[in-house]
Design a protein around this ligand. Structure first.
Ligand code: HEC
Ligand code: HEC
Length: 273
């Protein structure tokens, strides 16, 4: 069964506005698309949000996501596991050791033979370097620490290395997933974020679905939302079974969608509705 997608025909341009956080950090919200991209310009989801929502992200004191950055810094300094170490014990000051690291993930991990996102790298360090349990998906400490690490790249343009290991094959797999229609509503990611980009679905102005703001503070949920949680939510909206977090399916989608937003600044923690 195919159900028509309930988008209103109203096409509305993303705003023409500049994001400068605290009047200091210039965020690239429009960038020339990488070669082979369906759009000429990649646009941050920030440009599709209301004046109020955009203002929240432009001011560190107003951004509710900043509380998670602070919580993440506490976790960074906390000793856990049988080795008696904190993250800081090995990595020191995150503003130096983690500067711009998050802008280049997912990254090929040779030992695991697959791409790692920040969450998987954190879990690997906990298991191999701290003697601590890996976090369960979306554990509050996982979200806080991921937010804290990504925030150390605030303003840095995203660029990932598709030449490393088998990254290209993961990109292909992610691309295929992106264009495959699923669920009772028979929708692909591309149906909403490419074909209907700029239109309204219920009260939501459809963006290009870029990932540069993740983890993102969502006003609707009054919480930080991880990328794989967002993927699962979007897939659930097509009334399809959704894959497990960090499954190969979603890791491939993360590689592909990260590439689709290359050139945009990391905005973590972005604010969205
Ligand atoms: C005992 C030392 C040690 C501890 C403790 C440790 N790490 Fe690591 N970490 C490493 C080493 C060594 C590497 C590089 C090699 C690798 O990937 O294992 C690394 C790599 C990383 C990277 C990837 C950096 C890059 O440039 O891609 C991140 C992110 C990271 N660690 C985060 C953490 C976090 C967060 C914690 C705390 C939960 C932590 N680490 C705890 C030793 C440690
Ligand atoms: C039924 C339409 C629909 C489909 C299909 C859909 N999404 Fe979304 N998605 C939305 C809406 C609505 C939002 C919130 C408004 C916006 O940013 O577009 C959203 C937001 C997002 C965001 C957050 C953007 C930001 O700036 O915070 C990402 C990332 C995303 N989607 C990825 C995907 C991926 C990957 C798929 C396919 C697995 C997918 N979406 C399928 C409707 C959809």
């Amino acid at each position: 069964m195919t159900v028509a997608l309930a988008v209103s025909v109203a096409q509305s341009e993303p705003v023409d506005d500049a994001l400068v956080i605290d009047g200091e950090i210039e965020i690239t919200t429009r960038a020339k698309a990488p070669e082979g991209h369906p759009f000429e310009e990649v646009l941050s989801g920030w440009l599709y949000r209301t004046d109020e929502t955009r203002a929240l992200e432009a001011d560190t004191f107003d951004n509710p996501g900043m509380l998670y950055v602070e919580a993440g810094e506490d976790v960074w300094n906390r000793v856990e596991g049988t080795a008696g170490k904190s993250c800081a014990a090995c990595h020191g000051d995150a503003s130096e050791s983690m500067k711009d690291v998050g802008a280049h993930y997912p990254k090929w991990n040779e030992a695991a033979g697959k791409p790692f996102n920040i969450e998987l790298q954190i879990n690997a360090c906990r298991e191999n370097n701290m003697g601590a349990e890996p976090y369960k998906f979306d554990a509050p400490d996982q979200k806080a620490l991921t937010t804290f690490i990504k925030h150390q790249s605030l303003g840095t343009p995203i660029e990932i290395d598709l030449g490393a290991g088998d990254m290209q094959a993961w990109w292909e797999r992610g691309k295929e997933r992106y264009y495959t229609r699923t669920g009772q509503l028979n929708l692909a990611c591309a149906t909403c974020h490419e074909d209907h980009n700029g239109q309204y679905i219920r009260a939501d102005h459809l963006s290009q679905g870029n990932v540069n703001g993740f983890p993102t503070y969502r006003l609707k949920q009054a919480d930080m939302v991880s990328l794989h949680n967002r993927f699962r939510g979007c897939i659930r909206d097509t009334r399809a079974e959704f894959p497990a977090a960090f499954s190969d399916d979603l890791m491939a989608l993360e590689v592909y969608t990260t590439w689709r937003g290359e050139g945009l600044s990391v905005e973590t923690p972005a604010v969205r509705q």
